[in-house]
Design a protein around this ligand. Structure first.
Ligand code: SAM
Ligand code: SF4
Length: 308
């Protein structure tokens, strides 16, 4: 289950944050850490064992390491990981590790500081790389997420995996939020570019985690290259994810606006209904997304509002 802890973010990534920002939720609408923990406890009883914390930017919410510790104590939870833009990672890495964080995914779309700042609306790549190095030094599993949304940056990001002992996972841009205005790049285009550059690669069959990424290992590269292709090659049949939004809605699929509210029953202390609602959301997971046909996409919020 991907758990969004906030709709706030210190970045403004071009494919994520709308030009005029998003209408932020009132604090009262957002689940407290105790409430999030209760929902996860019930989800764990239903068989969910792996939690990914996300947002918005999860590290802008106060005390996030404490939440990691609270979730790690829940019976049945095997893994807690974090997706972050990395800006605050170095300052929190000790506390995150002490609270048992298992792995971190850091979003980096360009290895060039100026391009990175442009893409993120003023982000500081040097600071993010320090966070990445601190996480690696802690012995934490670190992966880089990179969105395939234009024709230049991803090509440079391939070489990031050459020089760093971290996997770089490319994900096609999805028609969510600003991503609706962008066209995707397929796995085949990435692999064809690698061939043209004379990079010899083979399928990497070693285990890289729970996700739908297919990995290749290039000769002389320290990290592997992962490819996640929700548009050009749907993996809906194998999708086992659900999302909990920051305001307490269970969201079965990114593509559709449909959500199931657990906040109201939670605040009424009606745990039976919370449980039934999570169950229903899982059972009503749609057969597939319709990202290839924009008229079938009913979700009109940005990724940071949903919990990407
Ligand atoms: N702020 C954190 C971060 O950037 O990693 C976590 C939240 S962010 C919404 C989660 C992931 O969604 C990031 O890796 C980001 O690149 C990705 N993302 C945002 N909008 C997207 C889109 N339209 N298509 C594909 N990925 C997107
Ligand atoms: Fe913020 Fe992450 Fe969205 Fe970038 S992708 S604007 S860092 S939530």
């Amino acid at each position: 289950m991907r758990v969004s802890v906030t709709d706030r973010c210190n970045y403004r990534c071009v494919y994520c944050m709308p030009e005029n920002g998003v209408r932020l939720m009132d604090a009262a609408q957002i689940l407290t850490y105790e409430e999030i923990t209760k929902v996860i406890e019930i989800a764990a009883q239903l068989g969910i064992s792996r939690i990914k914390l996300t947002g918005g930017e999860p590290l802008v919410r106060n005390g996030l390491p404490k939440l990691v510790g609270m979730i790690k104590k829940i019976e049945g939870i095997e893994q807690v990981t974090l997706t972050t833009n990395g800006y605050f990672l170095e300052s929190y890495i000790d506390e995150l590790a002490d609270n048992g964080l298992d792995a971190v995914n850091i979003s980096i779309d360009s290895p060039d500081p100026e391009r990175y700042a442009l893409i993120t609306g003023g982000g500081d790549l040097g600071r993010v790389l320090k966070g990445m190095e601190a996480a690696v030094a802690k012995g934490m599993k670190v992966k880089i997420n990179s969105v395939l949304f234009n024709d230049e940056d991803w090509k440079q990001m391939i070489f990031f995996a050459k020089d760093n002992t971290v996997d770089v996972r490319f994900i096609e841009v999805m028609p969510i939020g600003k991503g609706k205005e962008m066209s995707g790049i397929s796995k085949e285009e990435v692999l064809a570019f690698m061939k043209r550059e004379g990079i010899c690669y083979s399928k990497d069959m070693s285990s890289h985690g729970n996700g739908p990424a297919e990995y290749v290992k290039a000769e002389g590269f320290l990290g592997s290259i992962g490819l996640i292709t929700p548009i050009h090659k749907k993996f809906c049949a194998a999708c086992n994810r659900i999302r909990l939004t920051a305001s307490g809605k269970i969201k079965p699929c990114l593509c559709y606006a449909k959500t199931f509210d657990v906040r109201a029953p939670l605040r009424d202390n009606d745990m039976k209904t919370v449980r039934e609602t999570i169950r229903k959301a899982i059972l009503e997971k749609p057969e597939a997304h319709h990202f290839e046909n924009i008229t079938g996409v009913t979700e009109d919020r940005a990724m940071l509002e949903i919990g990407g």
